[in-house]
Design a binder for this molecule. Structure first.
Ligand code: RIB
Length: 308
């Protein structure tokens, strides 16, 4: 039964990174050098920051946890979060580590390839997170990526549940094999994409039957509401053992960067404002369809008036 009573607050944990993006006609083969007529862009990104800003633009009250570098990019990234209306008071300034950087390639079909150097984001500790979550209250939402060690993820999820919070997890692809039963038991919503769902469950999400099996797998491991985002085919999820499918919205996509971040941030915002899971999924799906029609990560995150 859907019984979440939201307080309105969202706490975000995940990477805050500078994206260096370039568009190209085609991705290079291994060993090949390609030239592109397009110029590169340096813009704030990182899955955690993107999700926090997506939630804030949709109307959410958001606080960011984690570490930020004291270098030029670090100051720019923090200021960008602050300007977006996010509470940055708990971000820890780290003088020793460099900012994280993501090298983003986007081809003419709008597909992307990303290499990420996390920098300061890899320096977070269990005690940083414990301290950051001290102020968490009943009905607050913890929205986190899996860009942390297992100890940090477990500590954050456990602490959030003990305080009566609601835990939403976005598994980032290279780390999502770590969804063990102990962690899964503290998760309310997990949102892998098709590839990540395959990594977590060992089931290729390529048919309705397999999607349902993959959702069931996550449910039996302890996740309350497992969800799989299927790109242009929408979203599939389970509530109380029942399969729901939210159709994809047909649009002209130019860049899929941050579409998943937009979905989960906008969905979390809706849940924080008291919506049901069905309403929140529908809203996240609409938000993602706006995002893919624009270039870049944070440049493409929609505001509430563009989603409604
Ligand atoms: O999800 C998109 C993000 O992933 C980009 O902004 C980039 O920073 C990468 O980490």
């Amino acid at each position: 039964m859907w019984d979440f009573k939201a307080s309105g607050n969202i706490i975000c944990m995940g990477s805050v990174i500078m994206d260096i993006s370039v568009k190209c006609e085609q991705f290079p083969e291994i060993g090949e050098t390609k030239y592109t007529p397009y110029t590169y862009e340096v813009t704030p990104g990182g899955k955690g920051a993107n999700q926090a800003i997506a939630a804030a633009r949709a109307g959410g009250k958001v606080r960011m946890l984690g570490r930020i570098s004291d270098d030029v990019y670090g100051h720019e990234l923090k200021e960008n979060l602050r300007r977006s209306g996010i509470d940055v008071g708990m971000l820890i300034q780290d003088k020793a580590a460099k900012s994280g950087v993501a090298f983003v390639w986007v081809d003419e079909k709008g597909d992307n390839q990303i290499i990420c150097s996390p920098g300061v984001n890899a320096e977070n500790t269990v005690s940083d997170i414990k301290e950051g979550l001290q102020a968490m209250r009943q009905g607050d939402i913890l929205l986190m990526t899996m860009e942390f060690s297992r100890e940090i993820l477990l500590c954050a999820a456990k602490c959030a549940k003990e305080k009566g919070g609601f835990v939403i997890v976005d598994p980032s692809s290279s780390e999502c094999k770590r969804l063990d039963e102990e962690l899964a038991g503290y998760i309310d919503i997990i949102k892998p994409n098709e590839v990540e769902a395959g990594m977590i469950t060992g089931i290729k999400a390529d048919s309705r039957e397999n999607i349902e099996k993959a959702l069931e797998y996550m449910e039996t491991r302890g996740v309350r509401y497992p969800l799989i985002s299927l790109g242009e085919n929408g979203v599939a999820y389970k509530v109380d053992g029942k399969l729901h499918c939210e159709e994809g919205i047909k649009v002209h996509a130019v860049d899929s960067t941050a579409a998943g971040d937009t979905f989960i941030g906008a969905m979390a915002c809706r849940l924080a404002l008291g919506a049901s899971i069905r309403e929140a999924v529908r809203y996240g799906n609409k938000a993602a369809s706006v995002c893919v029609q624009r270039m870049g990560a944070q440049t493409s995150l929609p505001f509430a008036e563009e989603i409604d």
